[in-house]
Design a protein around this ligand. Sequence first.
Ligand code: SF4
Length: 254
Amino acid sequence: MLSCRARNLRDGMSHIARLGISACLLGERVRWDGGQKRDEGLLLACAGRVEWVPVCPERELGLGVPREPIHLRAGSAGVRLVGAESGREHGAAMAAFATRRSRELAAADLDGFVLKSRSPSCGLEALPVYDERGARVLSEDGVGRFAEILRRELPEIVCAEERHLQAPDRREAFLARAAALRRGKRFFAASWSIVELREFLRAEGPLLDAFDPRAGAELEELLAAADGSDALARSIRARFARALTLGDPTAPPR
Ligand code: SF4
């Protein structure tokens, strides 16, 4: 027999989530060398549960396929995004593109995003940062320029690199969060009463607590003050989303 937590996780995963994805992970030939990085295992595991929204920042920016590879390079004014051979500057154009595209994606109602690791545009962490001449690696703590702005612009979605979604328990934890975020958005977008809000949070409670043990008590406090005002509804919605987006979104539930 399934435990309450397992049941909520399973139920959390029975709903479709809409996830952005680095287009090369879907098999689109958009990489700098004209290749792709289809992640067959991930796509198979998510089949029927996820609607994918592909994005290739470098191609959409107009850099072409194939193109000169780009990388992160240290500079006097911070880390730059430049052509690996030409040194051509792409940082400002990528920042403008990423801000605009992230806002479009917010309107596209995403619940999360799967990003290609080790990409100077899509990677979320641990990217090589080269010295000013691009000759040697100074550090391994760079963040992809598109990924950095996406996270800033869309704080209420879950983002993870594909390499962290290979283990089934981490992948399922990520999908459960994304699916719960979707249910939350649907609930709060419709008209609801305080009684319905209580029912909704009671149903989601075990899942939220599994990811954020303080969420239940804090939501209870907010609920106790529930007066139907828009401000309180926004606080409850924000706390609900925070329980699902705080910390490592691939961490299995406690
Ligand atoms: S990692 Fe990102 S920028 Fe690079 S090919 Fe894939 S989708 Fe495009």
